[in-house]
Design a protein around this ligand. Structure first.
Ligand code: GLA
Length: 380
């Protein structure tokens, strides 16, 4: 949505113009599955869809949150944010940002009118949560005349997610939303963290297939995988799994409980795949990039066990399609979406055939979303 459109909507809802309008993109996890909270490396792409926020300060201490998704206004009062539930639970993202600001030495805005609008499909694993966190952080800071560097804004978003929303995620989603660049992938060394950009391979494009399936226990399963990785790290006597090579892990297998070992093997081999992907991107070896993407999915399937029959079927069908370099689940897993990296030989007709085969098997069509890259979070 354009700045003018959002400003008009803001005026229709709140009867005045916004003081600031911001926007932050969603992301595709390119490769580096569950590596971020293990201190590893990851490649992601910021996409050309995201969340926009418009905001104006109020002097009466009221905090009005409106979303074009729920079409409802949630009114809260200034002060220590309290976690919301039910229809208001989306406000936990901006509230989490407000709760995070003092931890970074930044001051909190008291009353305001706030409008959020999104063109990200929900439940597709494209990180609408990081997008709303970063767009909110830029709006709260900008409206109070405060500045923070990009890395701090990213860390504010992650802090909100970890400590207020309550998800023990790593820095992938917020890092890519913050440091994204059109036509590029974002490389993150999560231990630093250190951020860099790598050009997208020429002639390749992203296709997202959103299954609209979601494991009922998805949050608990993410936490369980996080726990299993930490169990393996403890058994190996390291802080993070990134400190262990695939060879050292295999040599230490007897020290680690079998499930934790499988999770750790996925993580350390995935970190090695990220390094190989960076090399293959540098030399323009797109076939190799594609085979690494598919190898990542196979590892999710067999070792990390965060795939599903639906995601596996899409990957199998996609990699058998002409023009597809590779395909994998994108994001946390346990449902959501599959990403394919494809060349000119794969277009709308081929995507349609994949969706039709899926519908014949599962009785429901996945959404087909050809996806472009876009720039990172910005004040419009
Ligand atoms: C989710 C989390 C990220 C990352 C991925 C898996 O998207 O938010 O931090 O752990 O899952 O790679």
């Amino acid at each position: 949505m354009s700045k003018t459109n959002l400003a008009t909507q803001f005026s229709n809802i709140f009867g005045r113009a916004p003081e600031i309008v911001t926007r932050a993109p969603g992301r595709i996890e390119f490769i580096g599955n569950h590596t971020d909270y293990n201190g590893g490396t990851v490649l992601g792409a910021s996409i050309d869809r995201g969340v926009a926020v418009a905001l104006a300060r109020r002097t009466d201490g009221k905090r009005n949150f409106h979303s074009t998704y729920t079409h409802q206004t949630v009114t809260l009062t200034a002060g220590e944010p309290a976690k919301q539930s039910g229809d208001s639970s989306w406000t936990n993202y901006p509230l989490g940002v407000l709760a995070a600001l003092p931890h970074f030495g930044l001051s909190v805005i008291e009353g305001f009118d706030y409008l959020a609008d999104s063109d990200l499909p929900t439940g597709a694993g494209l990180s609408s949560s990081a997008a709303i966190e970063l767009a909110s952080a830029l709006a709260f800071l900008g409206a109070t005349g405060q500045t923070a560097d990009r890395e701090t804004v990213v860390k504010i978003g992650k802090h909100a997610e970890n400590h207020f929303v309550g998800v023990p995620c790593g820095i992938l989603d917020q890092g890519v939303s913050g440091f994204g660049k059109s036509g590029h992938l974002v490389f993150i060394d999560c231990a630093g963290p250190r951020f860099a950009t790598v050009p997208m391979p020429a002639g390749a494009s992203f296709w997202i297939f959103n299954t609209h399936t979601k494991h009922a226990l998805v949050d608990g399963l993410y936490e369980a995988r996080h726990r299993e990785c930490m169990t393996a790290a403890r058994a190996l006597g390291v802080k993070w799994l990134v400190e262990v090579t695939p060879e050292a892990l295999l040599a230490a297998q007897a020290k680690i409980e079998p499930t934790a070992f499988k999770r750790a093997r996925h993580v350390v081999e995935e970190i090695a795949r990220v390094a190989e992907t960076v090399d293959a991107l540098k030399t323009g070896n797109i076939d190799k990039v594609g085979s690494l993407l598919t190898a990542s999915h196979r590892s999710s399937q067999r070792l990390f066990e965060n795939s599903t029959a639906e995601l596996d079927f899409l990957v199998d069908t996609l990699v058998a399609s002409p023009g597809v370099y590779g395909a994998r689940l994108t994001g946390g897993g346990f449902g959501g979406a599959v990403m394919a990296l494809a060349g000119a030989g794969f277009g709308a007709a081929q995507a349609e055939a994949v969706a039709a085969a899926y519908a014949a098997k599962f009785g429901a069509r996945p959404d087909i979303l050809p996806m472009g890259t876009g720039d990172g979070a910005v004040v419009l």
